[in-house]
Design a protein around this ligand. Structure first.
Ligand code: ACO
Length: 329
């Protein structure tokens, strides 16, 4: 049995936060943000809108487009670093309940911006081992809830949203996910972290509002992201005897236009091959790849059989890439 990437869906919150508005909140400018990141605006979820609310909306679209019935989903895996509840219940179980799927296997994984590649690898492994048939994978983030809007080094980067995909068992090898790389280096965990609140650094007194805010060594992360991702995508193509020119859509994690450009240039990709949404959504962590893929789909540019290359890098540190054909309609 092989695993096929059957459908894509996403949800984008309506509220827009522009660079102009951010420049009234912290000492920054539209020019600086655009030049250093490529971001012009990002979406912010409503105060009472949870990560699971966004995840459900993305999932409903993905299921509708998958051609399978909702009841046939046998596992839900959510990639998130901004869960509804920090310890339990998992966001995946909340999503399952909201969708009326109370008998499925459901759990979250934490791999920051690489989350979608990790959940894709989990879906592939469960399906190929014969344990599951139709896996709903979701990347959903309310990054605004863990962002410090007084820190200009991070608050200009992040946005909210969700993306989902249905991965199904198939006997048709031409539909199969070709290959996946996932990796981590915990020795660089302090490059990107939410340092307080866990057992590593328990709250000493009352819970502080900023307890779970992101801290980032941006410049160090940037350099290692470019180096690591470039090596990783070159490797996955070589491992699979695939030329960069065979890739129809390169759909990278949307963290920073300069990182995307450096990796794209290293592979000598044409502009038309590279999918970009960073200018309008910012960095939505685990949600960014499926949100970008969904835009491509809704623009009518993603067709059955199109070869896709995905890559991502994030907190942990974690990184990964995936080579796969789109197997939807
Ligand atoms: N506006 C104006 N100036 C700023 C801002 C801002 N928003 N932020 C920082 N600066 C200043 C700094 O203080 C510094 O000033 P100094 O030279 O006087 O000290 C100067 O700009 C340069 O700062 P750098 O941090 O070196 O800027 P850099 O070019 O590296 O850009 C950025 C910063 C955009 C954060 C970049 O490093 C980046 O994109 N890093 C990677 C982020 C990433 O990919 N993270 C992984 C995924 S996220 C996840 O997993 C959740």
């Amino acid at each position: 049995m092989y695993a096929a990437f059957r459908s894509i869906g996403a949800y984008v919150p309506t509220k827009v936060l522009t660079n102009e508005e951010l420049s009234k909140m912290v000492d920054t400018t539209d020019e600086w943000i655009t030049k250093r990141t490529g971001i012009k605006e990002r979406r912010i979820a409503a105060v009472n809108e949870t990560t699971s609310d966004m995840a459900v909306k993305a999932a409903e679209k993905a299921i509708e487009r998958s051609g399978i019935k909702k009841e046939d989903i046998d596992m839900i895996v959510v990639a998130t670093i901004s869960p509804d509840y920090f310890n339990m219940p998992s966001t995946a179980t909340v999503v399952a309940h909201k969708m009326g799927l109370d008998k499925v296997t459901a759990f979250d994984i934490s791999a920051a911006c690489t989350g979608f590649i990790y959940v894709l690898s989990i879906a592939k492994a469960f399906i190929e081992s014969g344990m599951k048939k139709n896996v709903l994978i979701i990347g959903a983030e309310k990054m605004s809830a863990i962002t410090d809007y007084t820190d200009r080094g991070t608050c200009i980067l992040f946005g909210d949203g969700a993306g989902a995909a249905v991965i199904c068992a198939t006997e048709d090898k031409s539909e199969a996910i070709t290959d996946l790389h996932t990796a981590a280096d915990g020795s660089l965990g302090d490059f990107l972290m939410t340092p307080d609140g866990g057992t590593g650094n328990p709250h000493q007194a009352e819970l502080k509002a900023e307890a779970s805010f992101i801290q980032m060594k941006g410049n160090e992360t940037f350099k290692i992201a470019v180096r690591t991702l470039t090596n990783d995508v070159v490797e996955i193509l070589a491992d699979n005897n695939t030329k960069a020119s065979d890739i129809k859509h390169f759909i990278p994690h949307q963290a920073n236009y300069r990182i995307i450009k450096a990796v794209g240039d290293a592979l000598k990709l044409e502009k038309e091959q590279v999918v970009l949404t960073v200018h309008k959504y910012g960095n939505t962590s685990g949600a960014s790849i499926p949100m970008a893929m969904n835009d491509l789909y809704e623009e009518g540019k993603l067709e059955k059989g199109d070869l896709m290359l995905l890559d991502a890098f994030g907190g942990g540190l974690t990184w990964g890439s995936a080579l796969l054909p789109f197997a939807g309609k």
